[in-house]
Design a protein around this ligand. Structure first.
Ligand code: HEC
Ligand SMILES: [Ca+2]
Length: 279
């Protein structure tokens, strides 16, 4: 292990081939400098190369790699093809499914980007480095000392608002602008209802879907809401997070939820979406 680290350091301080004047690897396209941080990987790889396919409701396996969705759907999120692996396992590039797909050694499916030349080795090495370093989110959404005094705002990532997505849906991903404590998850604030097949949530035939909620990442807070019994089948769904109660934050300061995003505390966060049978 120690020997290995020395090798890497020596390589970086070495003859500098393939590195720019700051000793960072040079990307082959566009002349932009790829760095081992999330924003740089988003700008140089995910957005230009991957979002051709991995965007919107039809993104393969629900994996959207557009800016704003990608972090929540990668870090600590289970792969669909090999559910025992996370797409990105912070600190461990070898067991990160993303890396296996980029290196063409994954147990299922093709090498990414699909049907295109593989990414250059140096590019994959930078993504590996970002994961080794803990897979932090460098865009810095939330988590600052300042944000502790803000109200809790929630954003739907996947499925998006009013979106129609193919079945099965294994989890609903939302993010928060501030770091949430697990006491949010223990309280009865989160409710998921199925419409009963009519797309209407007031007709009396609605069904409550029991869910578990887990925090997948702290900065930004990524919340995964998972149906306890089975993935969501075809129907319309409403996820409601109550805005009436304060939420305990990471530092145990109770902050109110601004559920409806009007800048004042209160109001429920409501996300409606539809799951469709795939042909
Ligand atoms: C031409 C369309 C296309 C492009 C471009 C593409 N992908 Fe994919 N991706 C797919 C398809 C289709 C699947 C599912 C089938 C498979 O794995 O071969 C997939 C599956 C994946 C998976 C597995 C997800 C899981 O949950 O198991 C990962 C990770 C992935 N892609 C990452 C990427 C990355 C990163 C890029 C950009 C470097 C990329 N893909 C570019 C079409 C594409
Ligand atoms: Ca109904």
């Amino acid at each position: 292990m120690a020997l290995c680290t020395t090798c890497v350091l020596t390589a970086c301080a070495g003859d500098g081939s393939g590195l720019d004047e700051n000793g960072r690897p040079v990307t082959e396209s566009g002349g932009g400098t790829l760095q081992p941080n999330f924003q740089s990987i988003q700008d140089n790889v995910f957005t230009p190369v991957c979002t051709v396919c991995h965007a919107g409701a039809a993104a393969p396996l629900g994996l959207r790699l557009d800016e704003g969705s990608s972090y929540a759907l990668l870090v600590n999120a289970s792969s669909v093809e090999v559910p025992s692996l996370h797409r990105v396992e912070p600190g461990n590039p070898d067991s990160s499914y993303l890396i296996q797909k980029l290196e063409g050694i994954a147990a299922v499916g093709g090498r990414m980007p699909l049907n295109q030349p593989p990414l250059p080795q140096e590019t994959i090495a930078v993504i590996r480095q970002w994961i080794t370093d803990g897979a932090q989110n460098s865009t810095g959404v939330g988590g600052s000392a300042k944000s502790r005094f803000e109200m809790v705002k929630l954003t739907a990532i996947s499925p998006g608002r009013n979106e129609i997505v193919p079945a099965p849906v294994r989890d609903v991903i939302i993010t928060s602008n501030v770091e949430l404590d697990t006491s949010l998850l223990q309280s009865n604030l989160i409710e998921l209802r199925a419409s009963g097949g009519d797309g209407n949530f007031d007709s009396g035939n609605e069904r409550e879907v029991p869910v578990d909620a887990t925090v997948r990442s702290d900065l930004p807070t990524v919340l995964a809401i998972t149906p306890r019994l089975a993935p969501l089948a075809a129907d319309s769904y409403e996820l409601r997070i109550s805005g009436t109660d304060p939420v305990a934050m990471a530092d145990m300061r109770a902050l109110p939820i601004d559920g409806d995003g009007d800048g004042a505390p209160g109001g429920d966060f409501v996300l409606r979406f539809t799951v469709e049978m795939t042909q």
